[in-house]
Design a protein around this ligand. Structure first.
Ligand code: GLN
Ligand code: ZN
Length: 776
């Protein structure tokens, strides 16, 4: 076979550093411990490290400008001059102070760019929201109707030249203009950001000319909104944009990158653009390969996103080679690139750092660095034949066969229980109206009962004790008695201020998912597998690798201890199956819904045990139910069906007397209200304090019958709300719901707040309830 070559591309690499160097540098800089030049040097070193790693692993299309100090969407906003007036920028270079003020807000002392303290009040950060269906969060750009765009930074050019100086030829990555505007927010909301496209394009055109002049031959332009439901107008915007960009720098080839789903009805719009290449996600949407190949022009390069950029499993190289070989043969190696499905930003950096993982499990995994090797092997195997890479392919095949056959993955007991699920297991014994009466008789509560969402402040003392215990410097016995003391104090205090339904405070929990994952079979935890959540905040999601079960009760002991201290009801406190699933790396060998059902059975066991121990109220948090919604509306119902089914499965194993609560941290219910109703929790607490109770309209319009606790205390702010603010909010709630439905509680858990804020706020909340009751 001839020595053909095939381009192997990386669409982006994690920025945070193998040892979280970027976090340390950022936080050191923010706290004034290191100078700006130190931060920038750390950043430069990380870029150099990433470039040479990718080159050494065999990547031929190496990305630049994928690096960001905070967020690549923010970088783009700053680059095009979309900097709201409040940040005080008056043109010219944008300082790091302005950049970080947009990212994190500024503490007052005036505009970020002027050192004077004459303004006295801070500027809030831009809003932050989830990047498509990932757990990465981006800063939402803001644009005004009279927005002036200007190329304020040439970071993409600078980074291209920085790599070039190191002898590495890169393909700069930029966020595309259409996606940028689609993600932006209009302020005020009197127009559509996309209306500004014609004004924005000259900035991109200028950038592209400069990239070409600097020596770039390709640029990767990310337009992930092409996998969303778009309007005709939005599709047309692509045509406008890319015709302009192609004209601006004819020598610069554009690789239009789409990811996180299928192009489907946007395929024609994408494939007819004057771009030299199209990247498609063949992990999320393998079925689109044929239609994509039929739609592209003969001279277009198709980038085959076949290595999973969103998950941590080792790829089956043999299967991929067999599948792709005829595809590559059909158009020739020059017509393709091999790539990960999306940027590797969403996976941890290097499996080799994990020394504590089970050896079998480790052999089934692949993190960003390992994925580079997989990409290179595929490229070589496809260009030169399987024999050229037989060794690495064989090793992968062996690991995959071992995983499929491993007793660590498949648990016959779990399988048996799943097979035995019947309709009765997903239904309460009686309808809500009957339960309501039984519960009212069993649990005597006043009108407008007061409660909290679960956690109390995780003080530095609590965190210190936990980390000392983890490190082994605080004994189990001492740690336990410390936690008991905290819990007992919290119970006593709640009684003192007159809350009706108490919580134990969650002092023993590190995190609402990790705490459960650590006690469930089928879960593994890593030491270094950090993934960027936003800015300098990284998370280490658990890895679900096998059938899930609950070997022992997880929370009963703490519930029991707390209830033994008081006559008032203490809620059992659990995280729900959908949330546990959505915040973990999940198996790719069975559907998400199947894993969710297994977690649901495990939580069901805990619910039943809590009830047997005497719990009269059990709260099952589903903080992440809404964020699991698929990107395309047509897929929503299927997701909601199994998500609701899982919640019902975990929550319905109890008697009518036992009151099931749930909690959700968001404020958009209109489009999922029937699913919320189908969950049939006796009580739901939601986040409402910032939205003037307007989101209760969804519940009113639906005639939602069960009980609701709309948050009256915004826990995201250190501010202590006055009694009157809360009674005002409650009046608004009473316009929309019946009094018998209403509970009084904060928006969410209080773990991020200080006791000095929580104490007066909850005293006021109890007083608000008292005033309401007395007024009637
Ligand atoms: N029970 C949890 C707590 O209070 C709920 C947190 C959440 O939903 N995000 O911390
Ligand atoms: Zn919450």
């Amino acid at each position: 076979m001839s020595k053909q070559t095939l381009s192997v591309a990386s669409l982006g690499f994690p920025r945070i550093g193998r040892h979280r160097e970027l976090k340390a540098a950022l936080e050191g800089f923010w706290s004034g411990k290191i100078a700006e030049s130190d931060l920038l040097e750390t950043a430069r070193n990380l870029r150099a490290e990433n470039w040479s790693l990718q080159r050494d692993e065999g990547i031929t299309r190496i990305p630049s400008n994928d690096f960001s100090l905070y967020d690549h969407v923010l970088d783009t906003a700053v680059m095009v001059g979309a900097i709201p007036a409040a940040y005080g920028w008056t043109g010219g270079d944008v300082s790091l102070a302005t950049y970080f003020a947009m990212a994190r807000g500024s503490q007052g002392g005036g505009h970020a760019d002027c050192g004077h303290a004459h303004h006295g009040h801070g500027v809030p950060a831009l809003e932050m929201t989830k990047w498509f269906d990932t757990n990465y969060h981006y800063m939402v750009p803001e644009v005004s109707e009279d927005q002036v765009f200007a190329l304020t930074s040439q970071k993409p050019v600078d980074h291209f030249l920085e790599a070039k100086a190191l002898g590495i030829h890169t393909r700069p990555v930029v966020l595309g203009p259409v996606t940028f505007l689609k993600l932006a927010k209009a302020r005020p909301s009197t127009f559509k950001p996309l209306d500004l496209l014609a004004k924005l394009l000259p900035v991109y055109e200028e950038l592209f000319r400069r990239l070409a002049a600097a020596g770039a031959d390709w640029v990767q332009v990310d337009e992930p909104i092409l996998v969303l439901d778009l309007t005709e107008g939005e599709r047309h915007a692509f045509k406008l944009a890319y015709e302009a960009l192609a004209r601006a720098a004819p020598g610069l080839k554009i690789m239009l990158a789409t990811y996180f789903g299928a192009l489907t009805d946007n395929l024609d719009a994408a494939a007819t653009l004057p771009v030299a290449g199209l990247h498609v996600d063949l992990v999320r949407a393998p079925e689109q390969l044929e239609t994509v190949l039929a739609a592209v022009r003969a001279d277009q390069v198709v980038s085959l996103g076949v290595i999973d950029g969103r998950n941590i499993w080792r790829a089956d190289l043999a299967v991929l080679l067999d599948r792709l070989a005829p595809v590559v043969a059909s158009r020739g190696a020059g017509a393709f690139e091999i790539a990960a499905s999306c940027s590797l930003l969403h996976v941890p950096i290097d499996l080799e750092l994990e020394t504590g993982l089970d050896a079998d499990l480790k052999s089934w995994l692949s993190f960003a660095t390992q994925k580079l090797g997989e990409l290179a092997a595929l490229g070589k195997g496809l260009a030169q034949g399987k024999e050229a890479v037989w060794e690495i392919v064989n090793r992968a095949s062996q690991a995959i066969a071992a995983r499929a056959a491993s007793p660590k993955v498949t648990d016959p007991l779990v399988q048996g229980r799943i097979a035995g699920i019947d309709a009765a297991m997903g239904t309460r014994k009686s309808i809500f109206e009957t339960r309501r009466q039984v519960q009212a008789a069993a649990i005597r509560l006043p009108l407008f009962p007061t409660t909290t969402i679960g956690s109390f402040p995780q003080t530095s003392e609590v965190r210190k004790a936990r980390s000392a215990h983890t490190k082994g410097t605080l004994s189990y016995v001492d740690y336990e008695s410390f936690l008991q003391k905290e819990t007992a104090a919290a119970i006593r205090w709640q009684e003192d201020i007159g809350l009706d339904v108490l919580v134990h405070g969650e002092f023993e929990r590190n995190d609402m998912v990790q705490y459960f994952g650590e006690q469930l079979s089928g879960f593994a935890f890593t030491q270094h597998a950090w993934v960027q959540s936003y800015g300098s905040r990284y998370v280490r999601p658990p890895i679900i690798f096998g059938d899930v079960s609950r070997p022992n009760p997880m929370t009963v002991r703490w519930w029991h201890y707390s209830q033994s201290l008081t006559d008032r009801p203490v809620k059992g406190m659990l995280t729900g199956p959908v949330t546990i699933l959505n915040w973990s790396f999940v198996r790719d060998d069975i559907p998400r819904s199947a894993t969710c059902r297994q977690i649901a059975l495990a939580i069901r066991d805990e619910v039943v045990d809590l009830e047997s121990a005497g719990a009269r109220m059990i709260q099952i948090d589903e903080a992440a139910l809404r964020e699991g919604l698929p990107l395309r509306q047509k897929d929503w119902q299927h997701y909601l069906d199994w998500a609701v089914e899982s919640f019902r499965l975990c929550s319905t194993g109890v008697a009518d007397e036992t009151q099931i609560h749930t909690h959700m941290c968001y404020s958009e219910f209109n489009d999922i209200i029937s699913a919320i109703a189908a969950m049939d929790a006796d009580v739901i607490s939601i986040e409402t304090s910032r939205s003037k109770m307007e989101l209760l309209d969804a519940f009113r319009n639906f005639r939602y019958p069960n009980e609701i606790g709309p948050g009256v205390y915004d826990i995201h702010s250190p501010r202590v709300p006055e009694v009157k603010e809360m009674t005002d909010l409650l009046s608004l709630a009473r316009e929309r719901l019946q009094d018998r439905q209403l509970w009084i509680n904060p928006d969410c858990g209080l773990k991020t707040r200080k006791w000095e804020e929580v104490r007066p706020a909850l005293v006021n909340m109890v007083e608000a309830a008292r005033r309401l009751r007395n007024a009637d």
